[in-house]
Design a protein around this ligand. Structure first.
Ligand code: GLN
Length: 307
């Protein structure tokens, strides 16, 4: 697909929302849409259901959410019917964000006692096993981005302006999965868990990231176990995705948004779930009067205690 200019709409494709949409995953599409529109970009959102999987994909950003193992059988079939159009879109530069079940389906293989052995397109160099006997990994996740992370860099100014400097070094969200994902050599972890289980509960990794151009695919690829939905509480990640699709249009640098509510929610979640916080961890207070006046973070209730 030839790259559109700044005036052409940003096209977001939401894959299989009727099958994969746990814990508010749809909110990720709303966040990308709003953050682009607030900056003056036109946005078009298209939902492609599994029954329409043969339709060609025209997208700048592709989102796929999470769902239970049984429904992932239908997802695997629909992906097979796409006959490579998804991979072609990412090859051409579409950014891909995949959460939990969608992340599992887009690896090479998802093996589950409920769904059997499902092959995927290998858009992420990962494989996932979900044997019946294993415990589910449930709860809040606070995961640290590596030093020098471009995702942290994109959120630094807005976090500081909102009175939450430093929060951009983490991503936060809610995980609930039985599958354990192991990474191949051609992908790196998105972040390291401070709190929570992440990809497999063993190696400390949460999610995966492949930058534009890696492995010959022009599109950014991010897979993660974080729901919540993910992007409203992680504005730096949302902007990183938007920036990756705007850069080829010749647009570098995104206008700053006023993100007090977003960073307050992030900080509240991190305070609630972060290491050593206990169940009643107190979120850092915003330092600016404006933020103090506006922000009333609502803390999620834990499904299961992690300690
Ligand atoms: N069915 C998958 C698992 O439990 C994914 C669940 C989800 O998307 N939250 O591992």
């Amino acid at each position: 697909m030839s790259r559109p200019n700044g005036r052409e709409p940003i096209r977001i494709v939401h894959l299989f929302p009727e099958l994969l949409n746990l814990y508010g995953d749809r909110g990720n599409v709303a966040t990308l849409t709003n953050r682009a529109r607030w900056r003056g970009f036109a946005v078009e959102v298209e939902a492609i259901e599994a029954s329409a999987a043969g339709r060609p994909i025209r997208a700048d950003i592709i989102f796929i959410g999470g769902g239970p193992d049984r429904l992932q059988v239908g997802v695997a079939r629909a992906l097979a019917r796409m006959e490579g159009s998804l991979a072609r879109a990412v090859f051409d530069g579409a950014a891909l964000l995949a959460v939990c079940g969608g992340f599992q389906n887009l690896g090479y293989q998802f093996r589950s006692s409920l769904a059997g052995s499902l092959s995927g397109p290998g858009l992420f160099d990962v494989s996932t096993d979900a044997p019946e006997s294993t415990q589910r990994m449930v709860g809040g996740v606070v995961a640290r981005l590596e030093d020098g992370s471009p995702i942290a860099a994109i959120g630094r100014a807005s976090a500081a302006a909102a009175g939450f400097a430093g929060q951009e070094q983490t991503i936060v969200g809610f995980e609930n999965h039985g599958g354990r994902t192991t990474l191949g050599a051609r992908v790196r972890v998105l972040a390291q868990v401070d709190r929570g289980h992440g990809n497999n509960g063993v190696d400390g990794g949460e999610g995966v990231i492949a930058l534009p151009g890696e492995s010959g695919l022009a599109g950014l690829r991010i897979g993660t176990y974080l729901h919540g939905p993910l992007l409203p509480r992680n504005p730096h990640l949302a902007d990183f995705i938007l920036a990756s699709v705007l850069r080829p249009r010749g647009i570098s640098g995104l206008a700053e948004l006023s993100d007090e509510a977003e960073w307050a929610s992030h900080a509240a979640f991190a305070g609630r779930w972060g290491a050593g916080s206990g169940d009643r961890g107190t979120p850092p207070r915003p330092s600016s009067a404006r933020a103090r006046g506006r922000v009333r973070p609502r803390w999620p209730r834990p499904a299961v205690r992690l300690d």
